[in-house]
Design a protein around this ligand. Structure first.
Ligand SMILES: [Zn+2]
Length: 280
């Protein structure tokens, strides 16, 4: 019986953080965990945690008694998370399994590697008609940053708020509405991508959901754990997939807002067209 904590060294913590650029490794989070201190010009603040995949002490979440002390405090047993996610994985270790966290870590490091290879993007000019601009406003209105945040942080467990699903249902119903078709090919391409993402989400979501007054009933893992323990993994994977598809909807929808943010008025022209300095 050991009652020691197999903590990471400072060097291991720093390396865990650096390998993901200080960004939380939870797939739906992307929160930056480090920044300048507001009170001093030579200090920083961190809301990041070098979390243990298998707990550092006996009895802790995902503790593995067969693991050597050496491995337990090694970088392979760590994952960089924001403080919210560090807490979340420890209060619900049955859902946040070792395999799940290892996958988070691999994927987060892949995302960090991809960011490292990004080149600065030159911009070009795109002209948008006033009618397309109205459609653009319509889309950036529906997919507000609040909605996109809610979509990104939704856990898709027993209850899912109507506000999320109803917005997507309306968009799904209006997918063939000619009034919403863009003349600009690039914008129309964005709309098509969004429609495909919403279709994929709805097809998957409707398999397990039932509409209700205040919220949609969805996969209740606690109940499944009680009644059909052998199916927990299957349903946990379905929830993961739902979240992934929701993130894809968000990624497609946020493009309208990004496009809008590059708009500027075309000088010396009538007000029928607007100019966009848009990245290639
Ligand atoms: Zn996080």
């Amino acid at each position: 019986m050991s009652n020691t904590r197999d903590d990471f060294t400072q060097a291991t913590k720093r390396m865990l953080s650096d390998r993901v650029n200080g960004i939380c490794s939870a797939p739906t989070c992307n929160k930056s965990t480090k920044g300048p201190s507001g009170s001093s010009t030579d200090a920083m603040v961190s809301i990041g945690v070098a979390a243990h995949i298998c707990a550092a002490t006996e009895g802790g979440p995902r503790y593995d008694p067969t693991m050597s002390q050496e491995t337990r405090k090694s970088i392979d047993n760590g994952i960089w998370l924001c403080c919210n996610h560090a807490r979340m994985i420890d209060v619900d270790p049955e859902f946040y399994t070792v395999q799940r966290l290892q996958k988070w870590k691999i994927d987060a490091e892949k995302r960090a590697a991809a960011r490292l290879n990004l080149k600065p993007i030159p911009s070009r000019k795109v002209v948008v008609s006033i009618n397309d601009l109205q459609r653009l406003n319509y889309f950036s209105g529906i997919y507000s940053s609040q909605f996109l945040d809610d979509l990104k942080t939704e856990r898709f467990r027993a209850k899912v708020p109507n506000s999320l699903i109803d917005t997507l249902t309306i968009a799904h119903d209006k997918r063939d509405d000619p009034k919403l078709e863009f003349v600009n090919e690039e914008l129309e391409q964005m709309r098509q991508e969004l429609i495909s993402a919403i279709e994929a989400f709805m097809d998957h979501f409707k398999q397990q959901s039932g509409g209700n007054k205040e919220s949609y009933d969805y996969i209740d893992l606690n109940e499944i754990r009680r009644k059909y323990p052998q199916s927990v993994d299957k349903f946990a994977d379905m929830i993961d997939k739902t979240r992934e598809l929701a993130i894809e909807v968000g990624n497609a929808a946020v493009k309208f807002e990004k496009f809008s943010s590059h708009l500027c008025n075309l000088k010396g022209q009538t007000d029928t067209k607007l100019l966009v300095n848009y990245p290639y």
